[in-house]
Design a protein around this ligand. Structure first.
Ligand SMILES: Cc1cc2nc3c(=O)[nH]c(=O)nc-3n(C[C@H](O)[C@H](O)[C@H](O)COP(=O)(O)O)c2cc1C
Length: 219
């Protein structure tokens, strides 16, 4: 047991899509490193970690993002602004997969071979990831959403606010990042963005559908 249930639930109620940040309140380096560590430790399908996290602290780049990211309006002056990148199909080819499995996860060569066979079946047949480059990239992007969910929860647990941001022109943001040497379009696409910092005002109480409407027990 690492935390009592009420503490975790309190953090879920504390977390909300923060609309406006206090521009003068900055997250400490130690706290932001803690948040980043929860992204690094996040699970991913087949352990492929098909993500990259850009922490955009450069004011000029933040200003350039503003007209391309309507969902980030009033959030670009937050303490830490992040762009989550997801690997393309090309960048997740066999060479990358094998390096991940054998070097990063220290999996034995025969097991790597089995995993590759399983992955090929999964990508070709089960999830049809190879139908279009877009299908594959949408799947890698899904993995980065898990990392962001973990970061947002971890941030809330230490009293830090956040906002997931999907409101942006993906092609235009990819181009901006490429122009600034931050993204190679052959390797990554922008998956989503996130703001982190401290709220400028208190939010409304949380609103959600009732559990009975979203959960079905099958016994
Ligand atoms: C994937 C994702 C993308 C989102 N994109 C935006 C966005 O671009 N701008 C914004 O202000 N809120 C954005 N939100 C916040 C949602 O609107 C918000 O989480 C939802 O309305 C529930 O409210 P709550 O998070 O305050 O409980 C996004 C949330 C998620 C999960």
């Amino acid at each position: 047991m690492f935390a009592d249930k009420q503490t975790v639930l309190d953090a879920f109620h504390f977390r909300h899509a923060c609309k406006r940040y206090d521009p003068d309140k900055k997250i400490s380096r130690e706290d932001f490193d803690f948040i980043l560590e929860t992204a690094r430790l996040s699970p991913s399908s087949f352990g492929l970690e098909p993500w990259r996290f850009l922490v955009i602290q450069n004011p000029e780049l933040r200003r350039a993002l503003a007209p391309l990211a309507w969902g980030a309006a009033e959030k670009l002056d937050c303490s830490h602004f992040m762009i989550l990148l997801a690997r393309t199909a090309d960048a997740t080819r066999a060479g990358y997969r094998h390096r991940m499995w054998s070097e990063v996860h220290a999996i034995a060569a025969d097991v790597v071979e089995q995993r590759e066979a399983k992955f090929s079946h999964f990508a070709e047949h089960d999830f049809r990831l190879n139908e279009t480059p877009r299908a594959f990239n949408d799947w890698t992007a899904k993995q980065s959403y898990i990392a962001l969910a973990n970061m947002m929860t971890a941030a809330a647990l230490i009293g830090i606010d956040s906002t997931a941001v999907e409101g942006f022109d993906q092609a235009a943001v990819d181009q901006l990042l490429a122009d600034n040497g931050l993204l190679d379009p052959a390797e990554h696409r922008t998956a989503l963005m996130a703001a982190f910092g401290y709220r400028a005002a208190e939010p409304r109480a949380k609103t959600r559908r009732a559990a009975a409407e979203v959960v079905q027990w099958v016994e």
